[in-house]
Design a protein around this ligand. Structure first.
Ligand code: NAP
Length: 304
């Protein structure tokens, strides 16, 4: 039986691992793909305290090394189920089944889909959910970014450095994000902001050649030539495998407050997967610290 299983190796999960290990509980971290979560697909991070600027992949690597240095056992296994046998938590993966005294769910959130025609058809052939990962395929070309949040702004800025032309397509009449990035986007000569526009259809033959847009303030639909469409319309949780065991809200986020405690004693939710106001690396890391501390108290209580 494991003392503590942490599901997810992003900033929340690995911070939880560091705090648990320092509290004398060596955790098992189960990660389905690559440690680092969304930081891997972030070009630069410049809002984490005391780190003026760092590339996303480097942040992820440093975090993984730090967690491993404290003895964390990280295994690449996708979790397929979570259930209870009395107080024992049963965590099922594609490869094994584990018993644990406590579980921290820190599985993050995934990119939301547009759900417009052509999106699925051209996935990997011009449609992408990650500017940093796929931007290089469109070096010197014309691309679109859909969305108006921090991710869309960052993707547009990153792509403007390698592409000839970037259209940032946003459904509102003006940006509602007030940040350094928003000012930088407005100032870039090769970024054109198209406000009050939503994608109707992505089209092409073997690969994307254009996008049809609908103006939300009226007028005819029109088409833009583009080589790629980068979708950055937000996040959604991926908690179906936990929903039988743990309470979720109407949007699918795990219901947990400041202490990260869910409705099940000994199961905690940390990071983007939890109901919360601000989803940032720093708030994910803070959750990880709180969840691990609360879990350690719970585990020590069981031993008495
Ligand atoms: P987000 O903040 O939820 O923004 C999603 C954007 O997509 C919004 O502009 C939204 O428009 C638009 N949108 C949603 N559904 C749409 C649809 N069907 N069609 C067209 N547009 C649609 O998501 P995010 O940018 O991925 O960021 C996720 C979280 O990570 C946020 O909490 C964000 O602050 C954080 N983050 C922070 C940083 C940073 O601090 N540097 C960087 C990246 C992400 P509306 O504005 O009209 O809702």
């Amino acid at each position: 039986m494991q003392d503590l299983i942490i599901i997810g190796g992003g900033p929340a999960g690995l911070t939880a691992a560091i705090y648990a290990a320092r509290a004398g509980i060596v955790p098992l971290v189960l990660e389905s793909l690559t440690c680092g979560g969304q930081t891997i697909t972030t070009s630069e991070i410049e809002n984490y305290p005391a780190i003026a600027k760092i590339e996303g992949w480097q942040f992820a690597e440093d975090l993984r090394r730090q967690a491993e240095a404290f003895g964390t056992d990280i295994r690449m296994e996708r979790v397929t189920g979570l259930s209870l046998r009395g107080e024992t938590k049963l965590v099922k993966t594609e490869k094994a089944e584990y018993e644990a005294k406590a579980v921290i769910i820190a599985n993050g959130a995934k990119r939301r889909k547009l759900n417009c025609p052509g999106e699925v058809e051209f996935l990997g052939r011009g449609v992408s959910y990650c500017g940093v990962c796929d931007g290089n395929f469109f070096r010197g070309k014309t691309v679109c970014v859909i969305g108006g949040g921090n991710t869309a702004l960052e993707d547009a800025l990153y792509l403007s450095g390698i592409c000839k032309k970037v259209y940032l397509i946003y459904r509102r009449a003006e940006l509602r994000v007030h940040s350094v990035e928003a000012d930088e986007v407005r100032a870039k000569e090769n970024i054109t902001l198209l406000f009050s526009n939503v994608p109707e259809r992505i089209f092409g033959e073997n690969k994307v050649t254009g996008i049809e847009l609908r103006r939300t303030d009226g007028g005819e639909n029109y088409q833009l030539e583009t080589d790629a469409v980068f979708v950055a319309v937000g996040l959604e949780p991926e908690n179906a495998v936990f929903a039988e065991c743990v309470a979720v809200d109407e949007h699918g986020y795990l219901v947990a407050g400041e202490t990260c405690e869910t409705n099940v004693p000994g199961i905690y939710a940390a990071g983007d997967t939890r109901t919360k106001r601000l989803r940032q690396i720093v708030t994910a890391a803070a959750d990880g610290a709180v969840a691990a501390t609360t879990a350690a108290e719970y585990i020590r209580g069981l031993k008495k």
